[in-house]
Design a protein around this ligand. Structure first.
Ligand code: IPD
Ligand code: CA
Ligand code: CA
Length: 268
């Protein structure tokens, strides 16, 4: 990577400041916001929009030459492939939790360079937990280095998964869920993809899979997970495709190898 250490440090600091600015907006709106639907079951609030505007204004002011891709504007994934820098932002990950005042949601801010995430921050503004990572330099939670768990046994694992908004009983997602549930310690569905990845990163959870998320949900979290020692691939064990992130993330390679066969379902 032809980016200097001081530059990376400055990018990460900016990432954290942007996430903090978004987090303040979320706390301001918590319990006071109007809710609308982007699509059936896909909620959005003033908090999503204002958080994104605040983050975008902050980053564009600092880095006018960088591209920006945020969930709440129809940004193009092409911005990732321009060869330059692109900020990838989810201004509120966990909108359904936020709307219900379930205090588990996050701001996710990542910077990509030539299509690869180089720094990322996920902030839980309620717990004031700020997860960060720089490629090749490890990951931390509020400045303390984090590491994934050494759980290498599915039977003892605590896992988390995401489902798409509308799932039919014969959906492959349901088959996959049952297949894993039958074997693992237990499964959670917590409502924020970004936090799920950070929780695997810091060892609270052992694995996470999802087949219906978007790049802004996971850009920062996947770097945090990997820099904390975790592994993330496509559910068929090919490299993760950020444009179509159907993935399995595990605390360590041994658990990953054991989990991969459980991702296979007959989707006929
Ligand atoms: C959602 C959350 C959820 C995941 C969905 C995402 P949003 O993001 O990350 O956990 O299951 O696929 O869309 O809409 O709250 O930003
Ligand atoms: Ca999201
Ligand atoms: Ca969102």
């Amino acid at each position: 990577m032809d980016i200097s250490g001081p530059e990376l440090t400055y990018f990460l600091k900016s990432c954290q400041q942007a996430a903090q600015a978004g987090g303040e907006i979320l706390l301001k709106w918590l319990g006071k916001t109007n809710v609308s639907e982007k699509n059936s079951g896909d909620l959005v609030t003033e908090a999503d929009y204002e958080s994104q505007k605040t983050i975008r204004d902050f980053l564009e002011n600092k880095f006018p030459e960088h591209s920006f891709l945020g969930e709440e504007e129809d940004g193009s994934l092409k911005s990732l492939e321009t060869g330059g820098f692109c900020w990838v932002v989810d201004p509120l990950d966990g909108t359904t939790n936020f709307v219900h005042q379930l205090r588990s949601f996050a701001v996710s801010v990542a910077l990509t360079y030539r299509g690869e995430v180089i720094v990322g921050t996920v902030l839980d503004p309620v717990l004031n937990e700020c997860y960060s990572a720089t490629r090749g330099q490890g990951a931390d939670l509020n400045g303390e280095t984090i590491q994934t768990s050494d759980c290498d046994d599915i039977q003892n694992s605590l896992l988390v998964c995401s489902f798409s908004t509308h799932v039919t009983p014969d959906d492959p997602q349901v088959k996959r869920f049952l297949q894993v549930m039958h074997r693992c310690g237990s499964i959670r569905r917590l409502g924020s993809a970004a936090l799920n990845l950070c929780y695997v990163g810091c060892g609270r959870l052992d694995g996470y899979w999802a087949t219906s998320v978007s790049i802004w949900d996971i850009a920062a979290g996947m770097l945090i997970l990997e820099e904390a020692g975790g592994i993330i691939t496509h559910i068929d064990n090919t490299p993760l495709d950020l444009h179509d992130p159907q993935f399995l993330a595990s605390a360590n390679p041994t658990l990953h190898q054991k989990m991969l066969p459980l991702m296979n379902v007959d989707d006929s």
